[in-house]
Design a protein around this ligand. Sequence first.
Ligand code: TRP
Length: 553
Amino acid sequence: MRKMEKPHCQTDEFTIFIDGCDFGDTQSHKFVFLQNIFLTMDHTRTSWNSKLGFILAASGSAIGLGNIVFFSSNAYQHGGGAFYLPYFLALFVLGIPIMMLEFGLGATTRKSFPLALRQVAGRRAEFVGWWAIGCAAFITMYYLAILGWAFGMMLGAFGSLFESGQTAPFTPFSEPSPEPSAMVFFFRQLATWNPLIFTLIIWGLNLLILKNGTSSIEKAVKIFVPLMWLCMIGLIVRGLSLEGGFQGALYLFTPDVRGITDPGVWRGAFSQMFFSLSLGLGALTTYASYLPKKSDLVNNAMLVSFLNCSFEYLAGLAVFSLLFVFALNPAGSTLSLSFFVIPQGINGLSELPWIVRLTGFGFFALLVMAGLTSSLSLIENPASALIDKLGISRNKALTLIAIPGIPGSILFVLPFIIDPDLNGNGTLGLTLLDITDHWVFSYSLLTIGLITALIIGWWTGAEQMRQALNQYASIKLGRWFNPFIKFVIPAILISVILSSLAGELHYENGAWTYYGSTYKLGSYWWLLAAVPTIWIGSTLTFAWVLTYKSGRV
Ligand code: TRP
């Protein structure tokens, strides 16, 4: 619990954040004073026990499935070295500055995302905050489903995952495979109810840890974050020490400047950076709202970003070295690289089955731990927002989240096979996941990031944010920060969003194609229209209800 501080009438950082008012406004000073009293009396809000606790929690949020599963498949898709330069640039021009904005918003208002936005820019901004929470709910649902699959693979490492002769129950894999095949194991598992149980376990773990707020999040990340670094280092040492492993490292790290002209590479790099750093949905604003008052936000943002990106490059090293050692071909979907190809590589690691099993277990345990510490932030974000807005208890907020959240996750792990010839081998869950990810991941994070930058840059003032960030910072942000937030970041984000939109419908080889044409959906074609409609419709309604129709504010 944060200690009660004496109310004080210094109009320090709060002055600058009340609806964009300026320093000389006496009316607003009074308001600020009241606001300060209100804030200091809000003793229901807990805070991190130490800086280390916050850094572990925030880096635990950032380091997740995105760093291992999505980064490696993105980097592979965009040609390794061609991806790495735009990605590196994205860290500095987009990642770190936006993380600073999110930290600044949370730490100065001590509120979760929607109410923090409301405090600085009024109700319409709060609406954007709730829209972000709604979009985050979709991501949370499928993120936990993928974690459920990873959990199943982790258990499978002890069982039959690395044994030969697996068969799948439906046509594409009906032939007994001569080699142990993780792909067969994965699809076989997908066609059972097991992932549903695993997803429930992951939800249960999350709720259990979040029940006590920051103190138990801190305890969990103190165990899981160091452990996942350890697993990662073990995997790299193994991958690089095998003959040919170094080639993989070279493939990933040799810059390929030709890729720079491909807009797809830039799009991939910028959206991946957003997801990887947990930006755009307000999760880090919520974590920063639990920071003690005198925190160095500039330093924290740099530290978390560097930790995240170092982990990502290490994961890339591990994945690409295994890929090259065993000359594997990671064709197929995003998940295939981590879920099928790497296990296949791990299988070739040794003649000794126990080494194979242990390494396989280590790899999937790493995925589960990294994903779990990220999902904590995904669920804490709406929990904190509901507590702030409705004044309800933590348990009630978590229940309100679990009621739609758990059935939502279950939809993505449904073993129902529509038709084995379709995408995702015909399981409804995987197909739904693919389409949802396409819309929510590609558009919501960047759009909300863009609006946040515009609100702070043009509405409340970049200079005021700069001063708030600099207040306790050892390395101060220069004046370059202001035009950066006002012009550079919005320009980049607008071009990425527009170019993604243009890609939905494009002219190719004499015909118009739209993104959905790559899907084989048979009589389920309507899913293509239903998913984006449900996403937009439900999140906007949710945002409207929470902004205008409820709350104690
Ligand atoms: N950053 C996490 C990953 O790389 C995912 C994540 C957690 C996230 N919280 C988030 C993404 C909030 C966007 C917003 O796996």
